[in-house]
Design a protein around this ligand. Structure first.
Ligand SMILES: [Zn+2]
Length: 299
């Protein structure tokens, strides 16, 4: 092979971007993801080890759109010396949601929509191809395979989520990560915290949500793997004080994927889990182990 050389060293910030780089890059790349399971990207700061890995990398992929808020300056500086790409900034701004907290920013949680995430996968393909043009055909073929899998996921999501009774199509979560998900599948989304986990959840907000749960007779809320469930417990207790029983519908992967080496530790598995758990908890009849029968803890 013309490119029979060492794999391209890629560093990616979130697990979702690392997965895209692995899917597209195949055996042409060696990918290191900086943020593991349960890590909150809004709060994450680069460690010494991360900096060493980035100094040795051929390509550095970060999300952008102010997701990695604490590393924004770091990446802008690094971009002057190294090959650094903010892959989510390739999404057409016309498709982005406004950010509640900052007038000049967008909601960064685009991985929640397989439709928007396609644009990011294609941007990853572009970045890898520029870094290693000899492997362009391999990257193109891998991208097509991955996009076909994403089409399947999108169709499964539409089917499963449309099977939830209309009055139940409300998603109450710890922070506002599911806006694109809600927009795509026709769900109302209510986060205790705003788009960033860095904003404080006020008592007023909890009180408001308790009233919503009682008024709409909603019985399931969702915790997130990368956010503390403290305010979610306050919400459930608040509803109980008004004699309304609310339970945790399940734990969702909002800003980080599952354990490496598991199905939930891939982008497809992460979304399959979220879709299956949400649809199941809100009253749809879904396959317990998800679209591919691979979920370890489905609904
Ligand atoms: Zn978030």
């Amino acid at each position: 092979m013309a490119w029979a050389e060492a794999p391209l060293k890629v560093v990616a910030t979130t697990g979702m971007i690392a997965d895209a780089a692995r899917q597209v890059g195949g055996d042409q790349v060696e990918v290191k993801g900086l943020m593991g399971p349960g890590v909150d990207p809004h709060a994450y700061r680069q460690t010494r080890t991360d900096i060493v890995a980035m100094t040795r990398a051929d390509l550095i992929l970060w999300h952008g759109l102010y997701l990695e808020a604490q590393m924004e300056d770091f990446f802008h500086d690094l971009g002057r010396k190294r090959n650094v790409v903010a892959v989510a900034e390739a999404v057409d701004p016309a498709k982005l949601r406004a950010h509640d907290d900052y007038a000049d920013k967008y909601d960064p949680h685009v991985w929640m929509s397989p439709v928007l995430w396609r644009d990011v996968v294609v941007e990853v393909q572009k970045a890898l191809t520029e870094a290693r043009p000899e492997a362009a055909e391999v990257f193109a073929a891998n991208t097509q395979t991955f996009l076909a899998e994403m089409d399947k996921l999108e169709a499964y999501g539409a089917r499963a989520l449309a099977a939830v009774p209309e009055d139940n199509r409300v998603l109450v979560t710890a922070h506002d990560a599911f806006g694109y998900f809600g927009a795509e599948y026709g769900y109302e989304v209510l986060g205790i915290q705003g788009i960033s986990t860095q904003s404080e959840a006020g008592l007023n907000r909890i009180g408001e949500l308790v009233d919503t749960l009682v008024n709409k007779q909603l019985t399931a809320v969702f915790v997130e793997s990368s956010v503390s469930d403290r305010s979610m417990r306050a919400l459930i207790e608040g509803a109980a004080a008004k004699s309304h029983d609310v339970g945790v519908g399940g734990e969702l992967y909002s800003d980080a994927m599952g354990e490496p080496g598991t199905y939930e530790g891939t982008y497809i598995g992460m979304l399959d889990h979220n879709i299956t758990v949400i649809a199941g908890a809100l009253g749809a009849d879904v396959p317990g182990r998800g679209m591919n029968g691979k979920l370890s803890a489905g609904f």
